[in-house]
Design a protein around this ligand. Sequence first.
Ligand SMILES: NC(=O)c1ccc[n+]([C@@H]2O[C@H](COP(=O)([O-])OP(=O)(O)OC[C@H]3O[C@@H](n4cnc5c(N)ncnc54)[C@H](OP(=O)(O)O)[C@@H]3O)[C@@H](O)[C@H]2O)c1
Length: 228
Amino acid sequence: MSGSSETKTALILGASRGIGRALALDLKERGWNVIGSVRKLTEIPGVRIIQLDLNDEKSIQAASADFPPIDLLVVSGAIAGTENLLETSSEHLHHYLDTNVVGPHRAVQAFLPALRRGNKKQIVLISSMLGSNEIMFGRDMELFSGPYSITKAALNMMAVLLHNYLQKDGFTVIPIHPGWVDTDLGKLAGPGAMPISESVGGIAGVIEDLTPEKSAKFVNWKGEPMPW
Ligand SMILES: NC(=O)c1ccc[n+]([C@@H]2O[C@H](COP(=O)([O-])OP(=O)(O)OC[C@H]3O[C@@H](n4cnc5c(N)ncnc54)[C@H](OP(=O)(O)O)[C@@H]3O)[C@@H](O)[C@H]2O)c1
């Protein structure tokens, strides 16, 4: 395992299913060394598995100790639901924030030393169009217009701030909207989502084309600009 320019190493957090799992397999097919995190031990062919829970600081600390250099960190793991903001309890909102915002922050802090030792120094946060203030303004308050949107808006800001802090050290940080994807999460919005392979093929392409000039740009799975 190395961060050499010949073989790039990616760490995907939330790789047990959905977009994270498919991205781990796609990047492996493209020749990357891939490490994937799961909560419950699961095999992913050709992918080194580590165990951590974004809600559990200790599990992240343990998983990140003495970590090899990595070129890319992708945070895909998240929770989602269709709750109405006005009916959401503060405990529930707190759990969302802990998983989807504090969790990625814990993970970035813990794996930053491994990223610093890698060559490419890339951080990709899987966000959502529902975290865009511009898109949400005036939108019909239907599905996902509650705590989930708030966490993705915060995640977008985290990408901007990480960029501000880390750009001078050669880092590239982007939030990416994967589209509406046919995963357990995507199915909450009903039928009609795009196949996982379509979204993930696009995301992998965006990652392979990522350069420092593209840092702090919010894009979708096709690399197209998204409004903040
Ligand atoms: N699908 C869509 O249409 C869509 C649209 C916009 C954005 N997104 C974003 O894309 C990302 C991936 O979503 P998906 O559609 O692939 O969802 P998914 O199929 O529901 O998978 C969610 C993943 O997150 C992991 N996870 C949940 N809580 C976690 C925690 N506390 N610690 C570590 N991992 C945790 C799950 O692990 P377990 O198996 O252990 O539960 C699973 O691997 C998310 O950030 C989501 O917000 C998805």
